[in-house]
Design a protein around this ligand. Structure first.
Ligand SMILES: O=P(O)(O)OC[C@@H](O)CO
Ligand SMILES: [Mg+2]
Length: 239
């Protein structure tokens, strides 16, 4: 009896980079609620087409998009937007919960000695707040790169943050083609590809499918990740 053919390994992934907001942590909903509140003050409504443009971006860039897209130029500056958002987000962030499958994936990859890091557009101070409940889990990361890092000159969709994060593994044998990125946002998927890295996208169900076409793989949740497809040790493997 022939053994069932294993799915062809398309990549030999050696390192993993995780986006954070919307991918590891269920935090995009906080940004949505807060942005809806800010727009309501001007009698305007927030929708997913605007959300899709803002998610994954550095704060100031997201603010500029928010103001331009909603016609608030002259009524609200990006700095004022961030300041008003900050007050409400500050209370929400420490309650951030993990996305489904995030803990199991991180613990498995760590147990199999696959180096991992987080590459988030969030500011370092927001990273600290959001990871309040997740210190032990996030300590399994080799390092964390945040959007305010001076080496991250251009935010997603530029490749900067993923190239900086790859560099900080300090592994001379690292090849970007073997660094797998996990993302939830179109800007993050574009940034990964700009960095020469394959990317698995786990989009919010509200995100238009037309914006999920570029990723190498699209999953409904991290629970659906197929280790063997990427040449990574699976849950059952002894590797
Ligand atoms: O890069 P991430 O962690 O998704 O940061 C997103 C944040 O800027 C809010 O959209
Ligand atoms: Mg994200």
């Amino acid at each position: 009896m022939m053994a069932a053919l294993k799915p062809a390994v398309t990549r030999q992934i050696t390192h993993v980079l995780f986006d954070m907001d919307g991918l590891l942590l269920d935090t995009e909903k906080f940004y949505t609620v807060v942005q809806e509140k800010i727009l309501a003050d001007y009698g305007k409504t927030f929708d997913w087409s605007l959300k899709a443009k803002m998610m994954g971006k550095k704060a100031l860039e997201a603010g500029q998009i928010f103001i331009q897209d909603t016609g608030l130029t002259g009524l609200l500056t990006p700095e004022e937007f961030i300041q008003r958002r900050e007050v409400m987000l500050h209370a929400m962030f420490p309650e951030s919960d993990l996305m489904p499958g995030a803990e199991r994936l991180i613990r498995h990859l760590h147990a199999k000695n696959i180096p991992m890091a987080i590459a988030t557009s969030s500011h370092r101070r927001h990273f600290e707040l959001k990871s309040t409940k997740h210190g032990p889990l996030f300590s399994l990361m080799h390092h964390v790169v945040t959007g305010d890092d001076p080496s991250v000159v251009h935010g997603k969709p530029a490749p900067d943050i993923f190239l900086v994060a790859a560099d900080r593994f300090e592994d001379p044998d690292l090849k970007v083609a073997n660094v797998l990125v996990f993302e939830d946002a179109p800007s993050g998927v574009a940034a990964a590809h700009a960095a020469g890295m394959p990317v698995v996208m786990v989009p919010d169900p509200n995100l238009a499918t037309s914006l999920c076409q570029e990723a190498d793989q699209v999953l409904a949740s991290l629970n659906d990740f197929d280790y063997a497809h990427w040449g990574l040790p699976s849950m059952s493997s002894e590797q």
